[in-house]
Design a protein around this ligand. Sequence first.
Ligand SMILES: Cc1ncc(COP(=O)(O)O)c(C=O)c1O
Length: 366
Amino acid sequence: MSLTTPYYLIDKSKLLINMEKVARLRELSGARALLALKCFATWSVFDFMREYMDGTTSSSLNEVRLGHERFGKETHAYSVAYADYEIDEVVSHADKIIFNSIGQLDRFADRAAGIVRGLRLNPGISSSSFDLADPARPFSRLGEWDVKKVEPVMDRISGFMIHNNCENGDFDLFDRMLGTIEEKFAPLLKRAEWVSLGGGIHFTGENYPLEKFAERLKRFAGEYGVQVYLEPGEASITKSTTLETTVLDLLDNGKHLAVVDSSIEAHMLDLLIYRENAKLSPNTGQHRYMVCGKSCLAGDIFGEFDFEKELKVGDRISIQDAAGYTMVKKNWFNGVKMPAIAIRELDGNIRTVREFSYADYETSLS
Ligand SMILES: Cc1ncc(COP(=O)(O)O)c(C=O)c1O
């Protein structure tokens, strides 16, 4: 029996392609790779991913707990700001805690004395092309940047996290920015035992020079005598997942419109925030349609795509690349049916791991 749409379909054979690259990079470079749960936290595939990665990193108490309980291995805790009521529980789940500011370090270092502590640094440069997502934007709250302020707290920390690569598929740009980081922060790096270079490096992409990247990481590690970490989110899961939808209605208002049983606002929100089109494959043919979501939002539009044949009600549309920053952001806007989550196993069998009901909708509020 075929599954009722909408559902997210995680294809393990595609996930494996990324996982093998992650594993190869770890082997070549000595760097450790932690899955960034903010990007992808669908824990039903953690048993599979665990074989290829060193653990997880987090942005909240809930994420650090999920990483500890569902993924295991090495668990890093980070948050822009921890509250007094959560810090003890965060520490209980983590191997390392990275404070975002000296203020947070001052406040909570003692309560985190039993685990490794670090600080986020902000180098003031990034590869982001979106102001909204640029960690190095003017007046950024994301990390400390003044070496003179950080030096006096070195007795309480042993390492740093620097996240300034954003959707960066350009190795030369990574290399140049790391060079700038070295110039700015050399006195701190020399005293560190570990450095996490964050996420945002698209090293699992086709044609990325993995060997050169590994060599650069290894050189960096050797130069400062540090254990390097990476926090790949998108790179870990890219191209592994689709959002499976069905056409519910067709309209013609000067353009051909196809309304599907999903919503970009509710199920792929990140695309809407960054005003990007969804991806369809192969996206070739004579018949162009605007594919629209079923929420009431006028701009609930996945994009315009070309199809080989005229669409009919009941046709299936697969939206590509639906793993990163999608499932973690899905919401109940309009009460639209929440996509189920299914996994295509390596042998081709599809297993549904989660379906959402009216009770889930009702209990999401009160
Ligand atoms: C600190 C940190 N680590 C890791 C990531 C994961 O980034 P990506 O999913 O682009 O690899 C992010 C993304 O915002 C981040 O802020």
